[in-house]
Design a protein around this ligand. Sequence first.
Ligand code: ATP
Length: 306
Amino acid sequence: MIQLYQPLNFMGMVYREIKQAIIDIEKMFVVLSQKPEVKDIPGAQPLIVTSGNIRFEDVRFAYDPERLILKGLSFEVPAGKTVAIVGPSGAGKSTISRLLFRLYDISSGKILIDGQDIRNVTQASLRASIGMVPQDTVLFNDTIRYNIRYGRWDATDAEVEQAAQLAQIDSFIRMSPKGYETQVGERGLKLSGGEKQRVAIARTVLKAPPILLLDEATSALDSHTEHEIQGALERVSRNRTSLVIAHRLSTVVSADEIIVLDQGRIAERGTHSQLLATDGLYASMWNRQREAEEAREKLARIGDDG
Ligand code: ATP
């Protein structure tokens, strides 16, 4: 019986491995199929990041030639600083992150990293230099350890756990009986949007890129989760050039500069306190968000009392 069982067990293991590989490849194709044709120019050189300065020079962009989305955008993220992009829904915020990652080529203008036009460097070197924390993180049907290690395959177990600590997801992982060996995905542990984003932050910590690109999740997070994510981000972005696409204003208060985008143009720019003093679009967005948060908290309190 044991003689029969062992090969069957082995075949079962092989089957599971193959199935896992197929699921991973499928996920990869989903990611790749979202990427339109962007090609390396002949003789493209690798990007050399010296200090990590990012410049957008009069950038125009349209997904569809009839509708210009970014209408001549110029800004700079100085090396090691954090710039946040805010603005009404549909203003073009996430488009900026896609362009920096070169998922699309711009219609005119330039995007430069340390003086190198991103169209002239290899895509592989560009993406290796940028730690992207996307809105929707793809998780694999594997252990949570595997999912974090995806940031850097040769990371040791201890490094994976340190990254998780920095991303403030370690204690959540340890609450599961199997800890880091807990399966994630369809048949395993399902992670919330905020937890997934912290896994993405942990991956980025392992990757340790000179440039950080965060496209904040649009979905509302409870204030505790939001606070945890913010703490994780602040630690990760310290001394790294960071471009934050913010859908919630609470994330941007400490940014070195906030750019307020409206219909593909810069409407206002400055620090949080400068923009509040200007009493323009940012101030009204801030007040509206504060009122919405207060109303939400009041409702939650009524719910708790009742
Ligand atoms: P939100 O805060 O709602 O996420 P956003 O400021 O990030 O908005 P973008 O996602 O950059 O906005 O989109 C800007 C505009 O570009 C929107 O009008 C959107 O409909 C359009 N758009 C976005 N992606 C595509 C696409 N792949 N093809 C065509 N149009 C697109």
